[in-house]
Design a protein around this ligand. Sequence first.
Ligand code: PRP
Ligand code: URA
Length: 211
Amino acid sequence: MSDLKINVINHPLIQHKLTLMRKETTGTKDFRELLEEISMLMAYEITRDFPLKEIEIKTPVTTCKSKVLTGKKVGVVPILRAGLGMLNGVVNMIPAARVGHVGMYRDPETLKPVEYYCKLPSDVSERTLIVVDPMLATGGSSAAALSLLKAKGAKSIILMCLVVAPEGVRVVNEEHPDVPIYTASVDECLNEHGYIVPGLGDAGDRIFGTL
Ligand code: PRP
Ligand code: URA
């Protein structure tokens, strides 16, 4: 495990909510709400080092210097479909962000990613992209999405996942050493079907009620 380059966000609220999401008795409505809440909290944590500059403003009382975000603008890119479950949480925290979409599904037989959609902001090379996907399992989908974004010009990318398997982190670390990965949990391993153990099952199906 110590070979993994990964940032685990251990905030108690995130960990508590993740436990609720993992339970098989948690239904679609609660699952979706919890994922949105966790995404908001994770966005708060991953933007902790974003640069600030001081500007002069006028309050009702006086003028003063006060801080605003500076540096690159942000783009949020959910990997369809399950990544959509993390989108609103991030955009709630960064309302000026543009949103791109990458459609990628995992072939159930080969576990290889299949790309089916890509629509990005035109100035993707000038933005910091926060790519969101709750599950990083074999790493195939995320690694392929990151390659696609780079091919379209992206230069600054952060990957934000809810739960990851060590196997998938290794793949992304190897293929995209420049991309920091954030997660709420590094789980134990993958099972023979490529599902994360203990995980939370199929995230897309649980978000959209297609079980
Ligand atoms: C899930 C998940 C990831 C991918 C992870 O998507 O949202 O994109 O699997 O697996 P990997 O790391 O082994 O590639 P899925 O293929 O189930 O599609 P969906 O989001 O449309 O349900
Ligand atoms: N995709 C999911 O939704 N869950 C897993 O455990 C692995 C891949």
